[in-house]
Design a binder for this molecule. Structure first.
Ligand SMILES: [Zn+2]
Length: 288
């Protein structure tokens, strides 16, 4: 993707409106946006050296005994879940009574939102990769330090955010449709969440702030191909298919990736109801 001089005014508009990035750029000037390779042109932090996502090379990860199991607080509490199409992905706002503790986090972190990254028609679409392997989908549960009131505050702190990442694989699974949900319906049983990877990185969308303590669980979530494909029905505001919503992996630049020494090896499917919520997001598109 190359942008030319005629697009310069667009770049300037970008700087002031701060929302002209995308995953797959269109190459015309009147309908253009910045793809991942050039996010750094407008959002300088995207060119920094501790970016996310990354490829995790499992033979190079370092065991770390301080990476104890998490305490998931409020993950069983029911709330009204409405998935919103924010113009880049679908997200579900979460009540701040939901918190995580432990896992070698310095302080408790409270939940803000969860969102997804996916491919096209049920193809590959995770952001992080394990030994070069991409998964069909990746779910991010975004938390900020308890003391902060907004994401923008948390972004200024190098460990202001804690994001829990879950890989999603494809399997035939019962379709559920609910509006009242609890967070533990989205993830594998908590006893299976003791094995995870840890590194320090960034937001995977502009402005790419390097403010994230990343946790990626080894246990995956299962979703049927049909459920996965339902995400491909989502549209951008210009009518384009909302597909391949992931940033390519970024260089490690000498960063270490750690692994908890959990010993649970069971893979047990998490109950996933997100696909049921997608239908509501199809009708609730907002821009920006
Ligand atoms: Zn994400």
């Amino acid at each position: 993707y190359i942008y030319n001089a005629a697009c310069t005014c667009f770049i300037l508009v970008c700087i002031f409106h701060e929302d002209c990035w995308c995953y797959q750029p269109h190459n015309t000037c009147n309908d253009t946006c910045l793809g991942p390779e050039v996010w750094g042109e407008v959002y300088q932090q995207c060119n920094n050296r501790s970016q996310s996502p990354i490829n995790i090379v499992t033979r190079r990860v370092l065991p770390d005994e301080r990476l104890t199991p998490f305490q998931f607080i409020g993950y069983k509490d029911m709330f009204h879940g409405q998935l919103i199409n924010n113009g880049h992905t679908v997200e579900l706002n979460l009540p701040s009574s939901i918190k995580i503790k432990g896992g070698n986090l310095e302080v408790p972190y409270k939940a803000v939102q969860l969102h997804m990254h996916w491919g096209k028609e049920g193809g590959l679409g995770s952001e992080h990769t394990i030994d070069g392997e991409q998964f069909p989908m990746e779910m991010h549960i975004v938390h900020i330090k308890e003391e902060y009131t907004s994401l923008s505050q948390a972004k200024k702190d190098p460990i202001g955010l804690a994001v829990l990442g879950f890989f999603i694989e494809v399997i035939l699974f019962k379709y559920l449709k609910k509006n009242h949900v609890s967070l533990d319906m989205f993830i594998p049983p908590q006893e299976n969440l003791t094995k995870y990877f840890r590194y320090n990185g960034s937001l995977t969308t502009p402005n790419c702030s390097e403010a994230v303590v990343w946790t990626l669980f080894e246990n995956t979530i299962f979703l049927s191909r049909k459920q996965l494909a339902s995400f491909s029905q989502l549209r951008y505001s210009n009518g384009g298919e909302m597909t391949k919503t992931f940033r390519p992996v970024q260089p490690l630049n000498g960063r270490r990736v750690y692994h908890s020494r959990g010993h649970v090896d069971l893979v047990s499917p998490g109950l996933l109801i997100l696909a049921g919520l997608v239908s509501s997001a199809l009708f609730s598109h907002t821009t920006g």
